[in-house]
Design a protein around this ligand. Sequence first.
Ligand code: N01
Length: 541
Amino acid sequence: MTSKRDYDAIVIGAGFSGLAMLHHLREIGLSTLVVDGEDGVGGTWWVNRYPGVRTDSEYSYYSFSFSKEVRDEWTWTERYPAGAEVLKYLNFVADRLDLRKDIRLSTRVDKAVYDEDANTWTVHLGDGSTLTTTYLVSGMGVLSQAIFPAIDGIDTFQGEKYHSSMWPRGGADLTGKRVGLIGLGASGIQMVPEIAKAAGDFYVFQRTPNFIVETTNDPVTEEEMAYLRDHYDEIYEKAANHPFGVAMEPAEHSALEVSAEERDRIFESKWNEGGFHFANECFTDLATSHEASELASEFIRKKIHEIVEDQAVADLLSPTTYSFNGKRVPTGHNYYAAFNKPNVHLIDVASQPISRISERGVVVGDTEYELDVLIFATGFDAMTGTLTNIDIVGRGGRTLREKWLADGLKSNLGINANGFPNFFMSLGPQTPYSNLPVPIQLGAQWLQRAIAWARENDVPFLEATPESEAWWMEETERAGKATVMYSEGKKAKAWFLGDNLPGKPEEFQVYMGGGQVYQQFCRAAEADGYRSFLANQSVKA
Ligand code: N01
């Protein structure tokens, strides 16, 4: 540990993860630099500017709790804040914590190489220059590596073409235009009501319908903000102790142990609360029992048929090939009602797939839908995509991509992988399926303590042991397979199994065993003197 490096730590990405990491690593005296290829702070919230973008989580637990200044001075205006407001929040965090001086924007990382002799990472930047660091941290995002579908002729379309996560900075004027949308996950479904208001004819190409839980979006009152400021730690604690990182009450009963009337009453009341309340607060087993998940599915199908006037359209919008929780459940803002508008046309591309994209539009069977604008909300190479898209070269010249392809998705708690000493991942694969600011903050705090410990004890690097990787892979699979996210997710080709991307091996991309359980494992690793992160060295500490 003698050679001089440019930084103690380099963090890739200036979104929620990068900002939290920078703050916590600076606190323990590490000279830290954040680099980001974009020209603004905000990560996901910088690039996702599509119409209707907003949080699916409520304001009170979609933020950091670690800074009193930020908590006291920031004011949310909506229960489900719009993307622009979250971006403003992250910029406020960057300013208030004086983070900008250590952030270098418009700086892409192409490659990072570990030098075993020097125990140093060399980070290769897009302009051809390099920087050296002891600790390298990925905050590159989990749903950031955009994918386009392999549809013939995709490049031939002559109109405007956008991906949900590559939306033009100044917005796109859709007024009166013929717009086509491919993709109805959480991104596409947020767009539908907004595009429906602006566009002329709007063609929504649906392959697999989603179960969407509608909500209202009320302004946040002064009293609510005051309550949040007074109870921040309590609310955060509740979210941290919840399996999915939301500040909600645990459900009390199985959907199968109550009468049909009682079940309907509970479903109805949580449907009225909207959004994540339905999935998390109705019953204990909507994520673990197929029968319970099917009861929730039936309730939502009924709702769809009540809201959507044309019953044939309602039939098409109702998922029948998998049940509730088989896909990540999006929060809707008048999604289903948008299909009552005369300019909105739902095109079923499940029974007859899109055959090609032409210069003029989308071709399904014999019909060519002529468009001015074609939008792809076709998702991401989730969890691993950003990490395998660049060369992260560890011991022996082996990349993370090569390791995971050859050995399967392996890491210790999603934090570090064997062969990659001192390389850490915020929200790495196999971290919790959760409202993300919670594991991001707890992960930054865990890493702060781990690195402080390593430095105090002259431990040159932290590196997952092969045994810990085998254990975590097994636990991730065990926990995942105990949920309907596995059985129903397979049917729905869910991104959390890697099934949304043809050719990607099917593996649990996230930990389904609960955020609170995951945090217990992280604390146990710490209490155990980080032994599961001490591969390839003998430590006296
Ligand atoms: O992507 P997705 P997303 N022909 O992968 C369709 C988070 N998020 O960007 O289901 C036709 O979910 C595909 O169809 P199918 C959240 O965790 C959060 O929407 O494969 N369609 C699917 O409908 C979310 O889960 C928020 O049949 C094709 C869609 O593209 C995750 O990001 C907001 C097709 C992809 O859906 C990803 O969401 C937004 C084809 N050839 C996102 N190929 C908030 O919290 C693909 N599709 C606010």
